[in-house]
Design a protein around this ligand. Structure first.
Ligand SMILES: [Zn+2]
Length: 776
């Protein structure tokens, strides 16, 4: 099984393994530093750190402990890099500002908006930054051509950090990629061209490729996949994009830039077969041309670095072994991007290659009694799937079931179709273009959707996942240095299969908790009760919120299928339904009963699945120790405003009562009062209706309810300006200040002895004691 070439690869890289450990140490730093940190350092900590590091320097002389000064040094260097980036970002202006710059990328359609990059020339502090810029796709005037110098007054929006209780670090990543502000214009007319377009050579090349691509006669699916594979254009159809993003294998490829590496490696191998000389040069040249056409985005740079390392290593007969080439490429990237360790693409690319290069043989050794000669090919397909499994669980909340099969079917297709599609953009050949389009349509409509089954994995208890991640690094190290790996391989496989079998790690909830997830403008509530399965009320506005909800379920340790209640058929509540249903099993879905002739749920429905159950006033059920009761709608309505049909839920648990109003308005609240609600209860929580708008939370209703805590899901800086000051005044009169989801980055309220504990996604904690004299 062990060829001379692979033995040499390993032997020549054996002494270089401290590099990988140092890199791993550096990658943990952006997870430990707070995201909101402004980069100010306490001088004495820096001095102490430098002193501690200098004490380890004598270890550099011995081979065995060289890893200690190396890891401490690289981690310290990364820390200083993060501080510098944070100080730089904190000093940048935000808010409304007059700016000048140049359109620096072709316009790309994303949903209902066109997106490009604006390379700024003024004001001075922003000079050289290329910030993401979007305008509505349906404008009166087309936006200025790429390369046009423009002047505009725009709001520079800072990137929002993720809730502290979620495995996301968007602010670090934005700082690292030097795109820490975003500009959303309401019209392209707000940009004033100050001269004729003068695109750079690179931009001209990209625009040319884009124009030639757009002229190809392609169906919608083929167009989406063709653009994504060959030119890195995100698919226009959200459904295609979702499938891409969720299917694991493709995700690892495109997000991490590995498709560039893959294509370069395949070209190099082909070239070597055909003419034996110049294979490395040819493959590097092809990689550079490809990157220039796609645009040098962060993942593309990474993929290119790794492709070059591979080509050089191979052409030197592995005198530059993969351990050195790969880790040097990643190390170089890290020096320029200190937050790289917080980038899913960076980590996934690294672990996929660890699995592929060093995990395949130990795995093949395990299965060879069963599979014989097929053991090594199987090991090569299975190892990257297994090695990225813990990372996919931690960063995405699940791993693709069909990862091994997808590696077998999709990887060769991608490696073959990417260069073919690229060549056909430059030189279209009618028959061949049609053939490639047919193959892509089949891949997008049949193959990829068939492989998108996700195994949801709870990561409520972290250490098994971190152990597994570390285990793969240790396995690669041991394998690379020719030590025994069998016991470790068995351990890793058993732990992985065990975690898959138990749907991950998590504990049953100890008390009642309600979390309003920060999904922008919209509702998404996660309700957990002891002894009962989790209930989600609404799914937020779109595929993105569906994906965030899957991550939230995973991080909270939910291992069971979820009961979903959709309060009404509005996009800000049901938009994430289809995506969530692909990512997490739903035990049941319920919606209000309506008398409408047309199905209001059509835009949001998952393509397959049973019809949701209908809810009406009086419906009741129990989940664990909690009793659920539907209070609205009181009968089947067909109303012009779906808010008036919104489900109102009452949840009773011990001495607590939750009122979850959906988007119910004051009219329903007054009807509920007429119907005899809310009745007596000692201690209440109110999820206010309709995002705190003034047409909900009627003073009479709030006074009758007398809540002890109130929660308003409203997006940060939302365009409806929810919640309304009048609503806040209503609550103030009742003696409480509501918790608002967007400005707190999510809110979690749990029932504790003697009160309610509130945790916000910003990291704040509060405790509201129970009222002494309960409502009569
Ligand atoms: Zn709403």
């Amino acid at each position: 099984m062990l060829s001379r070439s692979s033995l040499w690869q390993r032997l020549s890289g054996a002494s270089l393994w401290p590099l990988a450990w140092a890199l791993a140490a550096a990658c943990t730093v952006p997870w430990l530093a707070p995201e909101r940190w402004n980069g100010q350092l306490a001088g004495r900590w820096v001095v102490l750190g430098a002193l501690a590091w200098s004490l380890t320097l004598p270890l550099l002389r011995g081979r065995r402990w060289i890893v200690v000064p190396l890891a401490l040094g690289l981690a310290g260097f990364t820390f200083l890099g993060l501080a510098r980036k944070a100080r730089w970002e904190a000093a940048l202006p935000s808010g409304f500002l007059a700016v000048e710059g140049r359109i620096a990328a072709p316009w790309t359609l994303q949903g209902e908006r066109l997106r490009t990059q604006l390379e700024l020339s003024a004001p001075e502090v922003l000079r050289g930054l290329a910030l993401p810029l979007t305008v509505p796709a349906e404008g009166e005037l087309p936006p200025p051509a790429p390369g046009t110098p423009v002047r505009l007054r725009a709001e520079l929006r800072p990137v929002q950090p993720a809730p502290v209780f979620l495995a996301e670090r968007p602010l670090w990543r934005a700082r690292s990629d030097e795109a820490p502000r975003r500009i959303h214009l309401t019209s392209a007319q707000l940009m004033e061209a100050t001269g004729p377009p003068a695109p750079s050579l690179l931009l001209r090349l990209q625009t040319l490729a884009r124009r030639r691509f757009e002229a190809l006669p392609l169906g919608p699916t083929a167009r989406d996949l063709w653009g994504a594979l060959a030119l890195g254009i995100p698919p226009v159809d959200e459904a295609h994009f979702s499938v891409f993003a969720e299917s694991g294998t493709l995700h690892i490829l495109v997000v991490s830039g590995l498709q560039v590496t893959l294509v370069m490696a395949v070209l190099e191998a082909l070239w070597r077969r055909l003419r034996l000389r110049g294979a490395a040069t040819g493959s590097i040249a092809a990689g550079l041309l490809y990157s220039a056409l796609v645009g040098f985005s962060a993942p593309v740079w990474r993929g290119l670095f790794m492709g070059i390392a591979w080509a050089l290593g191979r052409s030197s007969g592995w005198k530059l072994p993969p351990a050195a080439g790969l880790h040097l490429a990643l190390g170089l990237w890290l020096l320029g991007h200190p937050a790289a360790g917080a980038e899913p693409g960076f980590l996934l690319a690294w672990w996929a290659l660890l699995g592929l290069l060093w995990g395949a043989e130990p795995l093949a050794g395990l299965v060879s009694p069963l599979l014989g000669r097929l053991a090594l090919p199987f090991g090569r397909l299975a190892a990257p799937w297994l090695s990225t499994l813990p990372l996919l669980a931690l960063l995405h909340g699940g791993a693709p079931w069909w990862g091994i099969l997808a590696n077998l079917l999709v990887l060769p297709l991608v490696a073959f179709l990417t260069p073919v599609c690229l060549a056909l953009i430059l030189v279209p050949i009618p028959g061949v273009t049609q053939g490639a389009a047919t193959l892509l349509t089949w891949m997008g409509d049949r193959l990829v959707p068939a492989l998108t089954g996700i195994a949801p994995l709870a990561t409520g208890i972290l250490w098994p996942w971190l152990l597994l991640t570390l285990g793969w690094l240790i396995l690669a190290h041991r394998q690379g240095t020719l030590r025994h790996t069998r016991a470790l391989t068995v351990g890793l496989v058993v732990l992985s299969l065990g975690l898959l079998g138990f749907h991950g790690t998590g504990r049953a909830p100890a008390t009642l908790s309600l979390e309003s997830v920060d999904i922008g403008q919209g509702d998404a509530l996660l309700l957990r009760v002891p002894g009962g399965g989790a209930t989600l009320i609404d799914t937020g506005p779109g595929p993105w919120s569906g994906r965030r909800l899957a991550r939230v379920l995973s991080r909270r340790g939910v291992r069971e299928p979820v009961h979903l209640v959709l309060t009404h058929a509005h996009g800000d509540h049901a938009g994430g339904w289809a995506t969530l249903s692909r990512l997490w099993p739903l035990a049941a879905t319920s919606v209000p009963v309506t008398a409408e002739e047309e199905d209001p749920w059509l835009p949001f429905r998952p393509p397959a699945g049973a019809d949701p159950g209908g809810l009406l006033r009086g419906d009741a059920w129990t989940r664990g120790e909690a009793a659920f009761s539907v209070r609205w709608p009181s009968s089947a309505f067909a109303l012009p405003d779906a808010n008036m049909e919104s489900v109102v839920l009452r949840v009773t648990w011990r001495d607590r009562e939750l009122w979850l109003m959906g988007d119910a308005l004051a009219i329903q609240e007054r009807d509920l009062l007429d119907l005899g609600d809310p009745g007596p209860s000692p201690h209440r929580l109110l999820k206010a209706g309709h995002h705190g708008s003034r047409n909900a939370s009627d003073p009479a209703w709030v006074a009758a309810l007398k809540p002890e805590v109130a929660l308003i899901p409203a997006g940060f800086h939302n365009r409806f300006e929810h919640p309304h000051p009048e609503t806040l005044a209503t609550f103030r009169r009742e003696g409480l200040i509501p918790w608002i989801t967007g400005s707190s980055q999510g809110v979690r309220i749990s029932a504790q002895d003697g009160g309610w504990r509130i945790d916000t996604g910003e990291g704040a904690t509060a405790f509201t004691p129970l009222r002494k004299s309960p409502t009569p």
